[in-house]
Design a binder for this molecule. Structure first.
Ligand code: ATP
Ligand code: MG
Ligand code: MG
Length: 529
């Protein structure tokens, strides 16, 4: 995997990216356990892993940024651990911002004592307006004693306490609005924390906790997406004011895709509303979702690391994402045959074999390592209605993996019910216009399959300012057709990836079992989607 990026142009730019790496590199991936990881998070995680492990042989920390119990859950935390493992990312240490709540509280007290923080009970709307207009809060000059007393009330979650928050006394009207007295502590008395229960009724904000914990944990390079760039001076201010060990900041571009929302809040809404089947729905841009759709981990890693550590935010098309997957799966996906069950056309081969028989054939005609499958031959075949619709009586066609045949008779029309064929195995397969797939109705047990195809969840490439995203959720984004497959598909297991000849690539979501059909999900190839 190191080779992938290091040998490409991106590899060179990675080398240039970080400064002061001589004394070792410690990076961290700081997810909030408030949802499942999406492909944007995968970029952040892989970059941190790449710098720490591949490029500098340093240390990667996984830190759960868990200071908002209203949004966080054990379920999400567990899923994040699993998904990182799935991507081949092995953090050297795992920690939790909630492990530092006492230490952070002590820093909060120190901030007050040193005159760097004040308690504020200004209502949210007013505070927002004052910050925007550069107006000082009426509480900005409370005394240290008053601030300490209110902070204690906040800590106890009293009626007076919960009306307050604690703000850093940084600036009233700095042109950089992130520097205007940011909130550093707020109350949350109602929701128990998934790790610390009801011990704490006040929680630090990310702005306050992050520089402190980064510094304490020995992080040398803190990677953040560019939307935090405005907050870098604020991060620096906390380090300076509290005389903490310095940390290098390094910004990289967020990853965005067309027709895709990458906000946990919105994704949670899609899950809760039942628009999708869950966080691992194949339409979801989560790591689990794209995997369930048929993305392979090597292709995912490649794709992301090849973006390089650039700061230019681009909205990506899904084309290259799936094209990189196709390169991975095409050489190894076993090939099978299916016929759409609706309006399948029966064919009689008038000079076909009297008795059905089977032959072993390669599952992949360019890669013998994929193994062999049984192909059944007989007088009774099945075809796709869509193919037969185009046949003309007297025409010579090619039956894939068998040979040529003449179309002798076509019965019925829309739908065509049955046809007669005459084998012409001496015919030149290069001269026919139509190469069609078929299945023998005898000599094998055909297997039922539910074949799913999916659309984008969003119906507009890129939302405009003022668009309400929920108005652009695609109404029907999943489509199922029933198919019949060759007998060999009974051996397929969940997660296997196959090609159905002339139809595309599919991931097995459920193996066929008894009466239960095989469940296949179409994998985009990058051509159309
Ligand atoms: P969301 O908006 O989905 O809630 P977040 O940034 O709040 O995302 P975190 O769990 O705090 O979610 O993110 C963990 C890390 O992943 C952070 O370093 C964050 O900057 C990074 N990250 C989040 N979204 C993206 C993205 N689209 N592209 C690259 N990195 C991202
Ligand atoms: Mg966040
Ligand atoms: Mg966010």
């Amino acid at each position: 995997r190191a080779k992938i990026a290091a040998s490409s142009k991106a590899g060179a730019s990675y080398k240039m990216a970080l400064q002061d790496t001589e004394k070792g590199v410690v990076t961290r991936f700081p997810p909030e356990p408030s949802g499942y990881l999406h492909i944007g998070h995968a970029k952040a995680a892989l970059l941190n892993d790449y710098f720490a492990h591949e490029l500098y042989k340093g240390t990667l920390l996984l830190r759960f940024d868990d200071t908002n119990p209203s949004k966080e859950k054990q379920e999400y935390q567990d899923a994040i651990v699993e998904d990182l493992a799935l991507m081949g990312i092995k953090p050297d240490k795992t920690s939790y911002t909630s492990d530092y709540l006492q230490i952070l509280y002590d820093y909060g007290v120190r901030m007050i004592k040193e005159g760097h923080a004040y308690a504020d009970d200004t209502d949210q709307a007013t505070m927002q307006k004052e910050r925007f207009d550069g107006i000082a809060s009426k509480n900005r000059d409370l005394s240290v004693e008053e601030n300490l007393a209110i902070f204690e009330e906040m800590k106890a979650g009293t009626e007076k306490g919960v009306k307050n928050c604690l703000r850093a006394k940084l600036s009233v009207d700095n042109p950089n609005k992130a520097m205007r007295d940011p909130v550093i502590y707020r109350c949350n008395v109602d929701t128990p924390h998934h790790r610390t229960g009801t011990v704490w009724k006040i929680y630090p904000t990310y702005d306050f906790a992050c520089p402190i914990v980064d510094s304490i944990e020995g992080v040398t390079h803190a990677l953040r997406t560019t939307e935090y760039t405005d907050r870098n001076p604020q991060y620096q201010w906390f380090l300076d004011t509290l005389k903490l060990r310095q940390v290098h900041m390094w910004d990289f571009a967020r990853m965005n895709f067309i027709r895709t929302e990458l906000s946990k809040r919105k994704l949670t809404k899609l899950v809760d509303a039942g628009t999708v089947w869950g966080w691992d729905d194949p339409r979801m841009p989560t790591i689990r979702g794209v995997r369930r759709r048929g993305m392979t981990i090597p292709a995912l890693r490649d794709f992301i690391l090849k973006q390089g550590p650039s700061r230019n935010i681009v909205v990506m098309d899904w084309t290259n994402f799936w094209a990189s997957n196709k390169k991975e799966i095409d050489p190894i996906a076993p090939r099978h045959t299916s016929v759409d069950a609706a309006n399948a056309v029966k064919a009689t081969v008038i000079n076909g074999p009297e008795k059905a028989y089977t032959e072993d054939k390669p599952k992949h005609n360019k890669n013998p390592a994929v193994g062999t499958k049984r192909v059944a031959y007989s007088k009774n075949l099945l075809f796709d209605q869509e193919d037969v619709k185009l046949f003309k009586e007297g025409e010579e066609i090619t039956l894939m993996n068998w040979g040529n045949a003449f179309v002798r008779k076509i019965n019925g029309s829309s739908p065509i019910t049955d046809i007669e064929l005459e084998l012409h195995l001496e015919g030149d397969v290069k001269k026919t216009e139509k190469k069609v797939t078929w299945l023998s109705a005898e000599g094998q047990d055909l297997i039922k399959a539910d074949v799913w195809e999916f659309d984008y969840l969003m119906s507009k490439d890129k939302l405009d300012e003022g668009d309400n995203w929920e108005d652009f959720v695609t109404p029907n984004s999943s489509h199922k057709v029933e198919a019949l497959c060759d007998c060999n598909v009974t051996d397929l297991k969940e997660d296997d990836i196959i090609q159905l000849e002339r139809k595309g690539y599919f991931r097995v979501d459920k193996a066929a079992k008894g009466d239960q059909p095989l469940v296949l999900f179409g994998i985009p190839t990058g051509k159309t989607k």
